[in-house]
Design a protein around this ligand. Structure first.
Ligand code: PNS
Length: 158
């Protein structure tokens, strides 16, 4: 059984994340989207809200689920008996940060492999922070996030 973890803050989940989750679900037997507490990032959505938004977004992917976590990612991966961490990679701007995290996770858990999935061109520019900024300015975000996420953003910035 090949199990993968797809970690992130998901504040909120975007179509870019969803694309990576769908592609990972085709490569692995089971995927768990691990929603990080990321308290230091001061997310606008609570951990429960972010997890619920991810669960609704992935409800049609049979071999995917979502769970919140608060500790170290490698510990969560071990708890889930996952062998692989999957991260999406957009253009070159993500590389340094992702390279640093992959190297650190390698030191913390050498048995766990990090695998990168390239974002498709249409989502290369997309990020949760851009979506939050647009929503805060009451601009439409329908092109970038599932409908239930757009509604949650509208409510947050009403
Ligand atoms: O979507 P993000 O914010 O880029 O995801 C970053 C995340 C949540 C994957 C990373 O911060 C993380 O793994 N946090 C859990 C704590 C941890 O294990 N830190 C050491 C590895 S960086």
């Amino acid at each position: 059984m090949r199990r993968a973890i797809i970690p992130g803050t998901f504040d909120p989940i975007t179509y870019g994340h969803l694309d990576v989750i769908k592609r990972a679900a085709q490569l692995f037997d089971e995927v768990t989207v691990a929603v990080a507490a990321s308290a230091g990032k001061h997310p606008i959505f609570s951990l429960d809200e972010r997890t619920a938004l991810v669960r609704e977004a992935i409800k049609d992917i049979d071999n995917a689920d979502a769970e919140p976590f608060g500790g170290l990612l490698v510990d969560f991966a071990r708890e889930k008996n996952a062998q692989v961490l999957v991260k999406g990679l957009r253009a070159i701007t993500d590389f340094e940060y992702e390279f640093q995290m992959a190297a650190l996770n390698y030191e913390l858990g050498r048995e766990i492999e990090t695998v990168f999935i390239m974002s498709p061109p249409q989502y290369m520019y997309l990020s949760s922070s851009i979506v939050r900024e647009l929503a805060s300015l009451h601009s439409s975000v329908e092109k970038f996030v599932p409908e239930h996420v757009a509604r949650a953003l509208e409510a947050k910035f009403a």
